[in-house]
Design a protein around this ligand. Structure first.
Ligand code: NAD
Length: 268
């Protein structure tokens, strides 16, 4: 993680973050704490990791940790009961947890499809069902999509789960708007996290060839946008889809064509 950010408009809020033990979720947790928010960090492990404890030590906000499998309705009920017991309501929810699955359409097995959907799509739905009742006006929910949510990325179950999450986001933004709860979705591109550590080099190279900023992103660069959306500074932003991808999705692959043509012209 690079330099630690502190954003205005977050102090005193209580925010639930899923998948908080690593990658983007850990970066979001630490930025929130540094901005004075109290965080209910959740993940599959039963205790907070040593890294989480170390990074959160001495920051302005208070860290709470609860075990949560986002696909489990009863786990969500436990987290909601814990959050209610703190007596401050909940002002933020980051549905960050997600898993990759790189099977193509022809080799997709139903049990794997259902597992990916259960975590990446049903998880955020259960999270909103459990936590939104604790939220009042000015609260904010951020869902974590992907550049795969706006493209036909070959990883069929992952891609379909993230496209589904866009629909869920817009339903929730419409449903909760009258209560003053904002709901947005971010679409990270290639971000350097443990999830991408297993990505084949050929995939990394192809991604870079298609990304106008010509580099991968860092978890803190996603955390900055997510924390802005959670903050009061984003008080009129709801139903938005925000790419954090170095212009990968907006360029629609034409960087590759543009570079190819330029290289051919220069070779003449
Ligand atoms: N890293 C990228 O390039 C990238 C790109 C686009 C979207 N995303 C999305 O960003 C989010 C975070 O990704 P990341 O790269 O930080 O991943 P990561 O694998 O580094 O971290 C994900 C965290 O989620 C947790 N998790 C997995 N299954 C869970 C479950 N069932 N319940 C609760 N927690 C669970 C893991 O334990 C882990 O701590 C995911 O939704 C991912 O799809 C990542």
């Amino acid at each position: 993680m690079t330099e630690l950010l502190s954003l205005p408009g977050l102090a005193g809020k209580t925010v639930v973050v899923t998948g908080a033990s690593g990658g983007q979720g850990l970066a979001e947790t630490v930025v929130l704490l540094n901005s004075g928010a109290n965080v209910i960090a959740t993940d599959l492990n039963s205790e907070p990791t040593a890294e989480m404890l170390e990074l959160s030590a001495g920051l302005a906000g208070k860290l709470h940790y609860r075990k949560l499998d986002v696909a489990s309705e009863s786990d969500w009920a436990d987290v909601a009961a814990f959050a209610a017991s703190l007596g401050n309501g909940v002002q933020g929810l980051v549905n960050n947890a997600g898993i990759p699955f790189r099977a193509r359409l022809g080799e997709m097995k139903v049990e794997d499809w259902n597992r990916v959907m259960g975590i990446n799509l049903t998880g955020p739905m259960l999270g909103m069902q459990a936590i939104a009742p604790l939220m009042g006006p000015g609260s904010s929910i951020v869902n974590t999509g992907s550049a795969a949510a706006v493209t036909p990325h070959y990883t069929v179950s992952y891609t379909a789960s993230k496209w589904g999450l866009r629909g869920l986001t817009h339903v929730a933004a419409t449903e909760y708007g009258a209560r003053g709860i904002r709901v947005n979705i971010v679409h990270p591109g290639y971000i350097e996290t443990p999830m991408m550590a297993a990505a084949p080099a050929v995939m990394t190279n192809a991604q870079l060839a298609l990304t106008p900023l010509e580099r991968t992103g860092q978890p803190i660069e996603v955390a900055a946008v997510v924390c802005f959306l959670l903050s009061d500074s984003a008080s009129y932003v709801s139903g938005a889809e925000i790419p954090i991808d170095g212009a990968f999705s907006s360029s629609g692959g034409v960087k590759f064509m543009s570079d190819t043509i330029r290289n051919a012209q220069q070779a003449k």
